[in-house]
Design a protein around this ligand. Structure first.
Ligand SMILES: Cc1cc2nc3c(=O)[nH]c(=O)nc-3n(C[C@H](O)[C@H](O)[C@H](O)COP(=O)(O)O)c2cc1C
Length: 195
């Protein structure tokens, strides 16, 4: 028994997974966003360091409190955004604006898609929005030009290598920020420094 206790004391603690909010950027009926989010979710699961929870603007009216809980718990976010007329969607803005402290001092990374721009103009606008919310936008983005030509009917990428490599980099940096900022939130009061 004593030996067991000593062994337990020296057994490396299992590090818990970082909680990640995976956010749909489109609420449209028939949205391509489902394919994109499924791909992102599979890549996040493959990374192994995150436990992802999907958050959908379609649920905002019904499940506002539940979404608040999911956002609260998350230490990092991945936003999967399309681009409409050089911007992101109203549904995504409504979701973002419905909450405030849930975003603060947390990292946000972007997976984007669209026509010629691959959704990057929407991402640049979202960076401004998240700066206002005291969130940290991750530099690395995974962007898909015309993804409807790049996924097969089962939702798998025809040529997965480059996006997978980009997603690996994005997740590594997102995880770094998530751990650092989690620790910072736990040990220091961000808002008091400018009180
Ligand atoms: C009204 C409209 C405007 C669009 N504007 C853009 C645009 O400015 N840039 C772009 O890259 N794609 C644009 N697209 C393509 C969308 O990004 C594409 O349809 C995408 O699948 C939308 O996401 P969703 O299917 O998940 O809703 C536009 C599509 C529509 C219908």
């Amino acid at each position: 028994m004593l030996l067991t206790l000593i062994e337990m004391e020296h057994f490396p603690k299992m590090s818990p997974k970082t909680k990640l909010g995976l956010i749909y950027g489109s609420a449209r009926e028939g949205r391509f966003c489902d394919t994109m989010v499924n791909w992102a979710a599979a890549e996040i699961a493959g990374d192994g360091r995150f436990a992802a929870n999907r958050i959908d603007p379609r649920d905002l009216d019904r499940n506002r409190a539940e979404i608040a809980r999911s956002l609260d718990e998350a230490d990092a976010f991945v936003i999967v955004t399309p681009e409409y007329n050089h911007g992101y969607t109203g549904a995504l803005k409504s979701l973002i604006d419905a909450y405030s402290q849930q975003w603060q001092i947390k990292p946000v990374a972007f997976v984007s898609y669209g026509g010629v721009s691959g959704g990057l103009r929407a991402v640049e606008q979202l960076r401004l929005v998240f700066a206002e919310l005291h969130a940290v936008g991750i530099r690395d983005t995974v962007s898909f030009v015309s993804p409807w030509n790049r996924f097969d009917s089962a939702g798998a990428l025809v040529e997965p290598k480059d996006p997978q490599r980009a997603m690996k980099t994005l997740l590594a940096r997102l995880h770094w920020w998530a751990v650092i900022l989690r620790n910072a939130r736990d040990t220091s009061s961000y808002f008091e420094v400018a009180a």
